[in-house]
Write a protein that binds this ligand. Structure first.
Ligand SMILES: [Mg+2]
Length: 218
């Protein structure tokens, strides 16, 4: 029985992955390097500092991950201020979950201030009972901690939670937490295998009442 849906945010609720890519590309290009899709897929969904550590090591950069992160955050902040785009089907799905009396939470690796800014821009702040940020856990996705913390705060068993994720690391975190998980790949994760996911859909628009009821029974 699914009693709550826990949403990832970046690339799942909101189309911020192109903005992260743009910011990371600028940091790489400044050093004569290229931020490839391969690196993008490796860092997606992870805590910021972990992403920048992978980025630094893969590109062989000399600065600390912390310095690179500060540079990335400044560019990302500017890009965010220009506006954010919700992923197709988000608002309809939120309405459906209300109708079905399924609770809603967010568990994002992003920083609290970015989450608040984005949720505010999308005007969905009061739609979610619980919001967990990357700053609330020590280990980021694919570690299950962020999803387990969400379940604890919802006072639910992991088996009663359904996670929606766009990234491999996020799907792995949800399954390590023993939750149900639907993968919703975006432009950067399309074509990747999500072997752990219970289901893969093309967009949030495909998640309807019938599908949720079916998943509740498995
Ligand atoms: Mg994501």
């Amino acid at each position: 029985m699914i009693k709550a849906v826990i949403f990832d945010m970046d690339g799942l609720m909101v189309d911020t992955e192109p903005l992260y890519s743009k910011a990371m590309s600028q940091v790489a290009e400044k050093r004569g390097k290229c931020f490839t899709l391969d690196i993008k897929q490796k860092v997606m969904g992870r805590l910021a500092i972990e992403s920048l550590t992978i980025f630094k090591e893969t590109l062989g950069l000399t600065e600390s991950a912390r310095e690179l992160l500060e540079e990335r955050e400044e560019i990302y902040g500017h890009l965010l201020s220009e506006g954010v785009t919700p992923m197709p089907g988000l608002f309809k799905l939120l309405d459906l979950l209300d109708k079905m009396e399924i609770r809603k939470a967010v568990a994002s690796s992003s920083k609290k201030c970015w989450i608040e800014l984005i949720m505010d821009k999308l005007r969905v702040c009061n739609q979610f009972e619980i919001i967990i940020s990357g700053q609330d856990v020590k280990h980021g996705k694919p570690n299950p901690d962020i999803y387990l913390l969400a379940a604890t705060k919802l006072n639910l068993n992991p088996g009663e939670c359904l996670v929606l994720e766009d990234a491999i690391s996020g799907v792995q975190a949800a399954k390590a937490a023993k939750m149900k998980c639907i993968a919703v790949p975006n432009q950067f994760t399309q074509g990747l295998d999500f072997p752990e996911a219970d289901l893969i859909v093309n967009s949030l628009e495909e998640i309807d009442e019938e599908l949720l009821n079916k998943l509740s029974l498995t």
